[in-house]
Design a protein around this ligand. Structure first.
Ligand code: CMX
Length: 467
């Protein structure tokens, strides 16, 4: 498309977006709600995508080599993911904003200093920093949607406490599909153009209900008494902390705000994000899609690593004692590697430097728990593991990832039930997956269906070519 024609198309679509949003907002001159703002942005983004495809659609990213098919598709450009982009050296940017920038720019709770995850969700969806008023409205909306259908509560209450919290989490999220607005609308023959609206409603319900699911699992498995009610005028992280039984510790609530913000999204190729997008591409509703994400997050090479890190640190302490020397720690790391195991919390499929999500948590620890013994061990490990991994010569990235630090922070406030840690990661990851599902429905993303090959087919293909 010619530049002038493109500009005029974008202006036209902005005008119609405005007209459409005016219908939603006609009752007041207030700032738009999240749904109103998305409705305004959809026609603009449709034009952006159209223009990008017209200009770049036939351009190549370079060759695909056979090793990428066998090697977990590392570096294979294959997905569109709007909310965030991961740079190997710099780490994640949410809609172009680094973690420190988000910490500075996003609205905070009164008296708080960490960003509100509500604001991050708004940013992921719209690319814009919301006002305090918009964030407060979102907190209220989520609190109002938080209650669980009683049959989901019963499913959770019937789970044996020995069933891993992530399996319980996935069961409950999948069961929420019972009330899916998208599934219902689809059965009633909704037009493609409107898919995004029930997807948005389901996504809001999904995110809103996760603290109640997490709180119920936590109390069923570890005790802690009756679940309190969700407080309608409190923010999401406060309510999550309260349901877990930790809201009397303001620093823990702040930790939840930071934790939920930084774990939310890590571009689209990681297992949980990609699984959600893949399953959503079959027009499975957000509950089914995110239930699948959680099953991927529950793997030890992905989100379960936060549980594994603390287990590993505890085992190390029991073997070499607290306040162990650097030499003893180094020896222990080597024993792990020689036993054919990975050092949990270290390495990454994309990152090649220390994960800024690790650094954000380290800053939090330096501010709130500088003398904590386990934090000192985590710091000592940070000084030793990269050297050992480099010497061992296999890992492409010897530096710590997000999971190397979260356990020590949670333990400091008394949340030392390690098997539960990945559930918190899951609550946060819903933000990124849901944001992309909404955009996928708005932009009419197709069913995912890449091509696979057998080894025989590859051998034959290249034999034929060299003949
Ligand atoms: N400890 C020991 N060996 C490691 C390692 C680690 N922390 N990280 C990588 N390696 C090994 C790999 O197992 C692989 O060995 P083989 O050739 O024998 O298979 C080799 O180094 C090359 O791997 P890589 O290309 O550097 O890493 P991958 O992209 O294949 O895997 C990851 C990335 C995260 C799975 C890997 O670094 C790992 O297992 N780390 C520990 C688990 C972990 O912390 N996972 C959480 C990641 C963040 C998240 O998703 O939550």
């Amino acid at each position: 498309m010619q530049a002038a024609a493109l500009r005029s198309a974008v202006q036209q679509s902005r005008r119609s977006a405005f007209a459409r949003s005016a219908r939603f907002a006609s009752t007041s001159a207030k700032a738009p709600t999240l749904k109103e703002r998305i409705a305004e942005l959809i026609p603009v983004q449709l034009e952006n995508v159209k223009a990008a495809r017209a200009e770049h659609g036939k351009k190549s990213f370079g060759p695909v080599i056979v090793d990428q098919l066998y090697g977990g598709m590392r570096g294979l450009p294959a997905l569109i993911w709007e909310g965030s982009v991961l740079d190997a050296d710099e780490g994640i940017r949410f809609r172009g904003k680094s973690i420190p920038e988000c910490q500075e720019l996003l609205p905070k709770a009164p008296g708080g200093s960490e960003p509100l995850p509500e604001a991050l969700f708004w940013l992921l969806l719209t690319g814009e920093v919301p006002t305090q008023e918009q964030v407060t409205a979102l907190s209220k909306d989520w609190a109002a949607r938080a209650s669980l259908p009683s049959f989901v509560e019963e499913i959770l209450d019937r789970c044996p406490p020995t069933l891993h919290p992530m399996s319980q989490f996935s069961l409950a999220v999948t069961a929420l599909n019972h009330d899916s607005a998208f599934a219902k609308a689809y059965q009633q023959g909704i037009s493609k153009k409107e898919y995004w609206q029930p997807t948005f409603e389901d996504s809001m319900d999904l995110i809103a209900k996760l603290p109640a699911i997490a709180g119920r699992i936590f109390r069923n498995v570890y005790g802690g008494g009756k679940l309190p009610a969700v407080e309608l005028d409190k923010d999401y992280s406060y309510n999550l902390a309260n349901l877990l039984g930790f809201a009397d510790k303001p620093d823990f609530v702040e930790l939840m705000r930071l934790y939920l913000t930084i774990h939310s999204d890590h571009e689209g190729g990681n297992v949980s994000a990609h699984t959600g997008k893949l399953v959503g591409s079959a027009l499975s509703d957000p509950f089914l899609a995110f239930g699948a994400s959680l099953n991927g997050l529950a793997g030890p090479l992905h989100g379960l690593a936060n549980q594994e890190v603390l287990l590993w640190l505890r085992k190390m302490q029991s073997k070499i004692g607290e306040d162990a020397s650097d030499e003893a720690v180094r020896e222990y790391v080597w024993t792990t590697l020689k036993g054919g195991q990975v050092v949990p919390g270290y390495g990454h499929a994309v990152l090649r430097k220390t994960d800024p999500r690790y650094m954000a948590q380290r800053e939090f620890a330096l501010k709130h728990l500088p003398d904590n013994k386990m934090f000192k061990l985590v710091s000592q490990v940070y000084n030793i593991v990269p050297g050992v991994l480099l010497e061992a010569g296999k890992a492409k990235n010897p530096w710590p990832n997000v999971d190397a630090h979260s356990g020590v922070l949670l333990t400091h406030y008394g949340l030392d039930q390690m098997n539960f840690y990945t559930v918190l990661f899951g609550v946060s990851r819903a933000f990124g997956v849901a944001a992309q599902l909404i955009w996928d429905r708005a932009l009419g993303a197709p069913l995912e269906r890449p091509k696979s090959y057998s080894t025989e087919a590859i051998n034959k293909m290249f034999k034929d070519k060299s003949a």
